[in-house]
Design a protein around this ligand. Structure first.
Ligand code: PEP
Length: 244
């Protein structure tokens, strides 16, 4: 079986104006031929400008969400086709902030992933338990149910990446123990329809903890929020992944 190529994905969330594109340019200059895949997911307003800033280099571009329809009367939404048209090759779906802020269900995530596939985008599908669920010992039940219902039929290594992101670790500076990450990844991996699907960890990954997270077996990279905003910080994470 071919090795799963590692990937460092940056989620800029609702951060970034035109001036922030200098960070993307710096990252691009630092990694002309990276040993891992690199993905940046800026807000939709920056997509086409970031495509130009990345200038056909090695860094891929992604959206942070898409609608399940190709077009229509959905004020404020963006379709997968529009993301692809703006230069994206990937889209994050089912991020816990979307699930919490917009009440997105796993069934809706699966429909969006179908739309992403139809538009030729790779879906980065997020799953993860809340602190309450974690403390109640329900982590495995929650993430396996989310995975089962968020994955569309036909998901495979070419069109899908999964990110395990415990909600309580996102933006908090807290991370699970290596044993906890390993346990969840092992359980998720056993349920993937294709063994080539990459499985990322996300939640407070930074330059200081990246190497120890990437040393965990079954971690194929990271989905990074805050530490992806600066080329220097994200670059250190990319280097740790290259060295893992
Ligand atoms: C995220 O937004 O997916 C994330 C993991 O954020 P942070 O790295 O800031 O915890």
């Amino acid at each position: 079986m071919p090795q799963r190529r590692k990937i460092a994905a940056g989620n800029w969330k609702m951060h970034g104006l035109g001036a922030s594109l200098d960070e993307a340019r710096a990252l691009c200059a630092a990694f002309p031929k990276p040993g891992v895949d690199i993905l940046l997911c800026p807000p939709a307003t920056l997509l086409s400008r970031m495509r130009d800033a990345l200038d056909g280099g090695a860094i891929a571009l992604g959206g942070q969400d898409c609608h399940a329809s190709e077009s229509g009367a959905h004020t404020g939404d963006v379709s997968a086709l529009m993301l692809a048209d703006a230069g994206a090759s990937h889209v994050i779906l089912g991020h816990s902030e979307r699930r919490a802020d917009h009440g997105e269900t796993s069934a809706q995530v699966a429909a969006k992933a179908q739309a992403a596939r139809a538009a030729g985008l790779v879906a980065v599908i997020c799953v993860g338990e809340t602190l309450q669920e974690h403390d109640a010992g329900r982590t495995l039940d929650v993430v396996t149910a989310q995975l089962a219902h968020s994955l569309p039929a036909g998901a495979n290594a070419t069109n899908t990446i999964i990110a395990y992101e415990p909600v309580w670790a996102i933006g908090t500076g807290r991370t699970p123990t290596p044993e906890q990450i390993s346990e969840v990844h092992t359980v998720l991996r056993a349920r993937l329809p294709d063994p080539g699907i990459r499985l990322l960890y996300g939640g407070s990954v930074n330059a200081a903890n990246a190497a120890s997270i990437f040393a965990i077996s079954d971690v194929d990279g990271a989905l990074v929020g805050g530490a992806s905003l600066k080329a220097q910080d994200f670059g250190a994470i990319v280097r740790a992944l290259e060295d893992s």
